[in-house]
Design a protein around this ligand. Structure first.
Ligand code: XMP
Length: 318
């Protein structure tokens, strides 16, 4: 019978057999469930010879970098946090096209990650939090729990540094990954986190990106996400967030007319993200979030709720 405890035990043995006694292993951490569970499993097997690299691309949620880094350190992981926000903002400057923004973010990530990876002496392995659905999506061949294959998400790093790839979760489905994570003591707030796109808020700020817009969106998004947690609605939706629209609209504050930005709230129910329905959140909840955002976030005077389902709309706006 499959149990998370057996999986942990047998993976630890397999990893210890595969990874040489002096080999160092590099892993990119994102704050997501998969990379976090992969890190804990490898840490269980090889301790501080696992070197986690957690990059702040300046497009994470409010205080996410600090809080997730703190959680990782609390778990005893050997993690380096790299704040590369300015580098990402520089690469994004003036770009409005969604695919160009994605490319700039991806390219910058590879540059930053490569630079950090090269600092790890004795690095022989690149670990990845690849899970089974990722495997069947790609053309790679099914293999044992510990396999060696080349990978493309991290650019040419494996070839350049002559690294072998290790993917300890590649036979697991998402719910199994969560069970393994729970067994390894991953905190609830990471274990049950909504999916979050790699390009982050970069594709939730429509049009070009500036640090000021990021701050504005982070503030509005935090009000929404905090309210979902406080009302117990967070775990009833599959994904949620705020989107900063590239338009201004008229409002009134006291005797003054305002001309400020609009935020759209998006929350969906889904099984796998392939199709999704807009979440039927209670009107009182939406009213409360709207009031809080408009009162607390200077620069936003209008909040709208996205009632489009996928298909034909997508979950993200870009
Ligand atoms: P869409 O918008 O296509 O999103 O309905 C489906 C799921 O994919 C996520 N998403 C991304 N994830 N890089 C990612 O890592 C991306 O460029 C990207 N675009 C969309 C989205 O958040 C949702 O979970």
């Amino acid at each position: 019978d499959w149990t998370p405890e057996h999986y942990v035990d047998s993976s630890v043995v397999a990893l210890q057999r595969t990874i040489g006694p002096d080999d160092q292993v590099i892993l990119g951490l994102s704050g997501g469930v998969d990379s976090s569970v992969a890190a804990l499993l490898l840490h269980r097997a090889i301790g501080p010879r696992l070197h986690g690299i957690f990059v702040n691309n300046g497009l994470l949620r409010k205080e996410e970098f600090e809080s997730v880094l703190h959680s990782y350190q609390g778990l005893g992981l050997n993690v380096t946090g790299v704040d590369a926000s300015e580098e990402f903002y520089a690469a994004l400057k003036g770009l409005s096209d969604p695919e160009q923004k994605r490319k700039a973010i991806g390219r910058t990530f590879i540059e930053v990650f490569d630079r950090e990876a090269h600092k790890v002496e004795g690095a022989r392995w690149l670990a990845q939090g690849t899970i089974y659905p990722d495997v069947i999506e790609s053309v790679s061949v099914k293999g044992p729990a510990v396999t060696i294959k080349s990978h493309h998400n991290v650019g040419g790093l494996p070839e350049q540094m002559n690294l072998k790839v290790v993917e300890p979760l590649r036979m697991l489905f998402k719910d199994e990954v969560r069970e393994v994570g729970e067994t390894l003591g991953l905190p609830h707030h990471i274990l049950h986190r909504h999916p979050f796109p790699g390009p982050g808020l970069g594709i939730r700020i429509l049009g070009d990106i500036t640090p000021e817009k990021v701050q504005l969106l982070q503030a509005a998004d935090a009000v929404f996400i905090d309210a979902l947690h406080q009302t117990g609605l967070y775990e009833k939706v599959w994904q949620a967030g705020a989107i900063l629209l590239p338009i201004h609209s008229v409002g009134v504050m006291g005797d003054e007319r305002t001309y400020e930005q609009v935020v759209a709230l998006r929350a969906v129910t889904s099984v796998d993200g392939m199709t999704a329905d807009w979440a039927h959140l209670p009107y009182e909840f939406l009213a409360d979030v709207s009031n809080k955002i408009i009162n607390q976030v200077r620069g936003i005077n209008r909040v709208v709720y996205d009632i489009s389902s996928k298909p034909p709309a997508t979950i993200e706006w870009e």
